[in-house]
Design a protein around this ligand. Structure first.
Ligand code: ARG
Length: 463
């Protein structure tokens, strides 16, 4: 067997052999946790300040540590920092460089701290920013939905149940249904933020710290709502990552449903919308094809976001307290979720804004499936016919039309009266899709009046 090379580590005091090279690679998280560098440095600066405040290190020492950390941040940002597996993770990489730069004083930074509470702090600091960014992107998409809804206010389309034409609705009302879903998503991230925003440092490896640390100071310094309440929980809690992935899975489910509709609507069978060329792709073999790859990819990426949630839940499910190395596996799932959700939220607004709406095609589709049959039944009810009976009468009218290749608009009053003598000439208006839509003017209904009212409220909600 090939001889493995070995190398030494900051924790190698109790070891008589270096780490196996394969283990070094296997154990390292630096390739992916390097994205935490900014937050790791931010957390370390707060820790150093606190250490001087309580008299554990001297002010001068803290100053050297802090300026060293700031210089390292610049090095990383300038691309001058080479990340290698022997550094293990971002925490050790930065600490090692600090000691190189400042000498032994750099070695004082890790006093009263463990990587277990450090990593919990870093991920929380990082995720706080990402939650805010995700929320900003949600707002952007909500705004686009509102813009398209406003621009196409009079446009009537078939509403569906079971993917069968059901009742006419406003296209804007349909779009605003997604606004409401995103509103709940926004709130879910808001709620998730509250549980991300607590400060774990001071938990040490697991049992807390024997030093007189000022945890409130660190919490305040870093803008957390409070320090965590149990040291074991502080280093073993990844609920906040799972919650983020849960909220991300739900929003992806929403984006996937909208994607599915765009894919259907842009098919030749529907022809309700046409995605702009800038948001479509062609086929390498069929010259006529214009494919909705973007919504298809969003629908597809939903699977990997669900997968990340499941992966995190499974990683955590049987871990005894407190920290276990299994938990290093949280990062790739979380990071991939963040990247995927943000990418999807970024691509949607311009795609919606540039999409062409085929109003006539949508309207035509409302004219063929007896979409106002319920309105006819309601009309009979207003005339005193019990609903069950009126439902039956209208059913017979529809069957008659189908048999004779007619639509409701083709029937003269004489034929209506053949089914029930209570019909009068107002039935012509009742069966128009416009009056069907505009009769649903309760709060939350599809009438132009109701949709306009909701748009007004929404303007206040998202400003
Ligand atoms: N890279 C580690 C992680 O991401 C940091 C914590 C390591 N702690 C330890 N006791 N080895 O989980």
């Amino acid at each position: 067997m090939k001889k493995q090379t070995i190398s030494s580590k900051p924790w190698s005091g109790r070891f008589t052999q270096g780490t196996n090279k394969l283990v070094e690679e296997f154990n390292a998280s630096i390739s992916f946790d390097k994205r935490l560098y900014k937050h790791d440095i931010m957390g370390s600066i707060a820790h150093a300040k606190m250490l001087t405040k309580v008299g554990i290190i001297k002010k001068r020492e803290a100053e050297r540590i802090i300026s060293g950390l700031k210089a390292i941040e610049k090095e990383i940002e300038a691309g001058k920092f080479r990340f290698t597996s022997d550094m293990e993770d971002i925490h050790m990489a930065i600490e090692k460089r600090l000691i190189e730069k400042t000498g032994p004083v750099g070695g004082k930074l890790h006093t009263a701290r463990s990587r277990n509470d450090q990593v919990a702090l870093d991920v929380r600091l990082y995720l706080r920013d990402e939650v805010k960014e995700t929320q900003g992107l949600i707002r952007g998409l909500q705004q686009s939905l509102v813009d398209v809804a406003k621009k196409n206010l009079g446009c009537i389309m078939p509403g569906y149940t079971h993917l069968q034409r059901a009742q006419p609705i406003l296209f804007s009302h349909h779009l605003l249904a997604y606004y409401e879903m995103l509103k709940r998503d926004y709130e879910r991230f808001e709620d998730c933020f509250k549980r991300v925003n607590v400060m774990p440092l001071g938990a040490g490896a697991l049992a807390g710290s024997p030093y007189p640390l000022d945890r409130d100071f660190v919490a305040k310094e870093l803008g957390f709502s409070k320090p965590t309440d149990n040291s074991l929980d502080s280093v073993s809690d990844r609920d906040f990552c799972i919650e983020f992935c849960g909220a991300a899975s739900i929003i992806m489910m929403h984006l996937s449903r909208l994607s599915e509709e765009l894919i259907l609507w842009s098919s030749q069978e529907f022809g309700f919308v046409e995605l702009s060329d800038a948001f479509s792709t062609g086929s390498s073999i069929m010259p006529q094809k214009k494919n909705p790859d973007v919504p298809e990819l969003v629908r597809g990426k939903t699977g990997r976001v669900y997968g990340n949630l499941l992966s995190l839940l499974t990683t955590m499910k049987a871990l005894p307290l407190a920290y276990n190395k299994d938990m290093q596996e949280d990062k790739e799932a979380l990071f991939d979720t963040i990247d995927t959700v943000k990418d999807c939220l970024k691509v949607f607004p311009p795609m919606l804004q540039m999409m062409q709406i085929n109003k006539q095609r949508m309207l035509d589709a409302t004219k063929k499936g007896f979409l106002t049959a319920t309105d006819v039944a309601d009309y009979l009810v207003k005339k005193g016919v019990p609903f069950r009976e009126s439902h039956h009468i209208v059913g017979r009218i529809v069957a008659y039309c189908i048999k004779n290749k007619k639509v409701l608009e083709d029937l003269p009053l004489r034929e209506w009266k053949g089914f029930s003598k209570v019909f009068d000439d107002r039935i012509k208006k009742v069966i128009s899709v416009e009056s069907s839509v505009n009769s649903r003017k309760l709060k939350g209904g599809t009438a132009l009046e109701s949709v306009k009212k909701r748009l007004k409220e929404i303007e206040r909600e998202i400003k």
